[in-house]
Write a protein that binds this ligand. Structure first.
Ligand code: PAF
Length: 282
């Protein structure tokens, strides 16, 4: 496994892979790697000739300074995990390499970002758009892999690739869950044991809502019940629980079994903000 810190270094490897007609799979991460990231890496290794993983905690996608400061940084542990997984290359850039100056550019993803994560985390998707564009320009992958847990991010990145004609494919990998259903996230390691237990309310409420919708209850009723559940649990603070089209992020006020739909949830559990989603009609 080779670790590189800047685009110039990578360019030499890139020329070599190009000359040997090899495909490049790319897994962008913010480190603190878990089994969910490993699934993305496995998907890349299965599909592509070489796999590149980047580790960079991107400050401009955090709308909350405390969240950025507390974001776990476990570089040595991450690198040994990537070595075990036999990843070919790791891009580990410094802040100065990525942001020699603060970017003046910003992105506006229109209706895709006016709701849910975009509404509750102003500027977040612009920050994601900038870092992902930079990484795509530096790595120039054949396929980039993203997790379905960040459903709205997937929609934003697909749109970014389309609008800016990035010559690559985006592959989406299903959400990896603990045995009890909790979606894996680097933020989970900040939960206390009691918060970890309460965090199950996210997946429980998604499953409950899905079952009730499929047995004919109205979305309004279903959502009211879920809001009540979160209100009764002192350690959680629900931000949103919405039924949306998983690609356009149109927010639905009722469930139509003929339309693609997913339920998305965001809630604080203690001081940790978690998100999850469940597809109703793929
Ligand atoms: O999903 C993430 O970990 C981040 O948003 C990403 C895509 C690596 C950009 O910083």
């Amino acid at each position: 496994m080779q670790v590189f810190n800047n685009g110039a270094e990578w360019h030499n490897y890139w020329i070599q892979t190009l000359q040997t007609h090899k495909s490049i799979g790319f897994v962008p991460t913010m480190g603190a790697l878990h089994e969910g990231h490993l699934d993305l890496i496995k998907a890349s290794k299965k599909t592509c000739d070489i796999t590149v993983v980047s580790i960079f905690v991107n400050p401009i996608q955090f709308n909350n300074a405390e969240d950025f400061e507390k974001y776990p940084v476990l570089t040595d542990q991450d690198l040994s995990l990537l070595r075990q997984e036999e990843v070919d290359y790791v891009f580990l850039p410094s802040m100065e390499t990525i942001y020699p100056e603060s970017p003046v550019l910003s992105f506006n993803f229109g209706n895709l970002e006016n709701v849910l994560e975009g509404e509750f985390r102003p500027g977040h998707f612009s920050g994601v758009g900038i870092i992902v564009s930079k990484l795509f320009n530096i790595i120039r992958p054949t396929i980039a892999f993203f997790g379905q847990k960040d459903l709205q991010q997937v929609a934003i990145i697909k749109r970014l690739a389309l609008d800016l004609s990035f010559p690559l494919e985006i592959q989406v990998v299903p959400t990896k869950r603990e045995k009890d259903g909790l979606a894996l996230s680097s933020r989970n390691m900040r939960l206390t044991s009691i918060e970890r237990e309460k965090a199950l309310l996210l997946i429980k409420s998604l499953n409950q809502a899905k079952n009730e919708l499929l047995t004919g209850e109205s979305w309004l009723e279903v959502r009211n019940k879920v809001q009540q559940l979160f209100e009764e649990e002192a350690l959680t603070q629900l931000e949103y629980f919405e039924l949306v089209h998983p690609e356009t992020f149109e927010v639905f006020s009722e469930f139509d079994p003929h339309k693609k739909s997913s339920i998305c949830v965001a809630s604080f559990v203690g001081n940790v903000r978690l998100i999850d989603n469940l597809s109703i009609n793929p």
